[in-house]
Structures are given as structure tokens and as C-alpha cells.
Design a binder for this molecule. Structure first.
Ligand code: RIB
Length: 315
């Protein structure tokens, strides 16, 4: 099978990152390490993760015509991603994310959308040929819901599979969920979406989550839980199981920023190559764990050679 085109419609952000030993309390001021301005954004991160590992990837997005925008374009292109449908817009800043990372590698993130908020359905019109060739469409929620929904409609009409990451979490129309072939959510997003407690999401091999997904009409989903691994819900596994636990390689986390995006991009890569969902999720879990061992989002993603070495030492 020829690996198909992975199309990412989504955000590109300059990540303004400060490392601190711990997060400040409300009203508290802390002194952190030196500020780093590095490439991020959920859409761009997904594209880079898939592209760096050898995927055929095109991105649709919007940047400001500024130095952060050039940094993002350079980073995405260096990973082999086609950016011919990433616009550089005058009069608006490239999206930014203000990120703190604590001593345990956990993060807090506040996003200012900037140019991401200008991405429009007209940009999808301009990228119409990409939809005709896409095997899989990656979506997340840092561009407008109107664009996300319309991209999903067009992908399904063209015969591509839709992979939706419900992050940053917010309510979405039922139509978007019904257009989604595979939903990628973490355990907190799953609890919110499915009206479960955090404990119920992973309990009893995903029994409650399976039932709630079925009730919402969502046949396939991957629920990630960081170091605890993930559960794959796939109505079509060969052995008849509809919930498969997928472990994550154990690592000492340096920075978990963008690990979910690394999971998403590499999941798309393997799905586009024809892997069954649970197999693709196993690969994605390894890429996500690798990303946690390095600082930054895109800066932390592996090349194929780095991933092979990591797999050898975490077998
Ligand atoms: O998922 C991590 C990403 O979220 C960061 O790169 C930041 O830009 C925000 O979009």
C-alpha cells in the first residue's frame, strides 16, 4: 500500500516558554529560567511529527507576516511538510502560546490565536486539491469551529478519514463528531465529553468509556493517559475486543509540551500507511514518550533513526 497524504488543517504558534521549579500560585511572582521562543501550535506540531518521521504531509494554516511566522514556516518546512497553503497575513501577529514548564515536566499553556483566528473557509477553497488527495485529515481546535467542521465535511466527501483531537477542549457540534472516524482525547477531555468521572474513564478496561462513546455514536477513539498509556476503542479489532490497552514506554519526563501532538501526528502517519488503529496507537505512544524526554514541542520530535534507537533501549 502506498502511504497516503496526511493533511493537517490547524494552528501554528510561537511558544514562549519559561522553565520554573514549580508553578506560581494565583497572585504569586516567581523567577524562572531564560525565555525561549520556539515553534509550536497543535496543528504545526502534528504536521512536524508526521513529516519528520517520513510522512507525506501538507498543512493548511495562517501565520502573521512577522519573524515568529518565519520561524514557524522554517521549522515546518525543515520537516518536509508542504506549506504552500500556509498563508502569511499582514496586520495580524502569528499565534503565540505562553507556556510554563515545571520541574516535573508538566506544563501550563495559554494561547493567543493571532493569525490562526483568521483561517477561513476561503482558505479551504484554495486548498481544494489537497482534499482530493488526502488519505487522512488531522484536526484540532485552535482554529475556528467553522473551519474545522467544513474541513471535516470536505474530507469525508473526498473519501479521507478524519482524525480529530478535541483540544483545547470545548463543546463541539454533534455533526463534527459524526464526521470523525477516529477521536483522539486525553482522559480529562474524555471525562468532560462523556460526562464521566476521571476515575471512570480508565476503570475496568474502559467499560464505562466504551458505553458512553457508543451512546454518543462514536465508534472509534483513542483515550490517552500520559505515562499510564492509552486505551484504543475500535469496533473492528480482529480478535473481537473493542477496548485494547496500549502501554507507553516509561521515561523520565523533561517536558510534556506537545507530546499529545506527537502522538496525533505519528498516529496519522501509521494510519495513512495502513496500520490497524491499535498498532498505530502503539507506535504513537512510543513517539509521544520520546517527545517527553526533550524540551519543547517540535524540537522534541524524533527522526526515524532516533526513534529506532529509542525503541531499542525501551524494548
Ligand atoms: O499541544 C502543545 C501546543 O499547544 C503548544 O505547542 C502550544 O503552541 C499550544 O498550541
Amino acid at each position: 500500500m502506498t502511504d497516503g497524504l496526511i493533511l493537517v488543517v490547524g494552528s501554528l504558534n510561537a511558544d514562549l516558554v519559561v522553565q520554573t521549579a514549580r508553578f506560581p500560585l494565583p497572585g504569586e511572582t516567581l523567577t524562572g529560567e531564560e525565555l525561549r521562543t520556539i515553534p509550536g501550535g497543535k496543528g504545526a506540531n502534528q504536521a512536524v511529527a508526521a513529516g519528520r518521521l517520513g510522512g507525506s504531509v501538507s498543512m493548511v494554516g495562517a501565520l502573521g507576516a512577522d519573524s515568529n511566522g518565519q520561524m514557524l514556516r522554517d521549522s515546518v518546512e525543515a520537516s518536509g511538510v508542504d506549506t504552500s497553503h500556509v498563508a502569511s497575513l499582514d496586520g495580524v501577529a502569528t499565534g503565540t502560546a505562553v507556556i510554563t514548564v515545571d520541574g516535573a515536566g508538566e506544563n501550563t499553556i495559554i494561547v493567543s490565536p493571532g493569525a490562526n483566528g483568521r483561517l477561513s473557509v476561503a482558505d479551504l477553497d484554495a486548498a481544494a486539491p489537497l482534499f482530493d488527495h488526502a488519505a487522512i485529515l488531522c484536526l484540532s481546535l485552535e482554529v475556528s469551529l467553522e473551519v474545522v467542521l467544513e474541513a471535516a465535511r470536505r474530507a469525508r466527501t473526498a473519501g479521507a478519514r478524519v482524525l480529530l483531537n478535541l483540544s483545547p477542549y470545548g463543546p463541539v457540534p454533534d455533526e463534527l463528531l459524526s464526521l470523525t472516524n477516529i477521536l483522539l482525547i486525553n482522559e480529562h477531555e474524555a471525562a468532560d465529553l462523556l460526562d464521566l468521572t476521571a476515575e471512570q474513564v480508565l476503570a475496568e478496561g474502559g467499560k464505562y468509556t466504551r458505553a458512553a462513546l457508543t451512546e454518543r455514536g462514536i465508534p472509534r477513539a483513542v483515550v490517552t493517559a500520559g505515562a499510564a498509556g492509552s486505551i484504543v476503542f475500535d469496533g473492528a479489532t480482529r480478535d473481537g475486543a473493542d477496548a485494547v490497552a496500549v502501554p507507553s514506554p516509561k521515561v523520565t519526563a523533561v517536558d510534556t509540551t506537545g507530546c499529545g501532538d506527537a502522538f496525533m501526528g505519528s498516529l496519522a502517519l501509521r494510519l495513512a500507511a495502513g496500520d490497524p488503529l491499535a498498532v498505530a496507537a502503539g507506535y504513537a505512544a512510543t513517539v509521544g514518550s520520546f517527545a517527553a524526554t526533550r524540551a519543547g514541542a517540535q524540537a522534541s520530535y524524533p527522526t526515524p533513526e532516533e526513534l529506532t534507537a529509542f525503541m531499542g533501549s525501551h524494548a
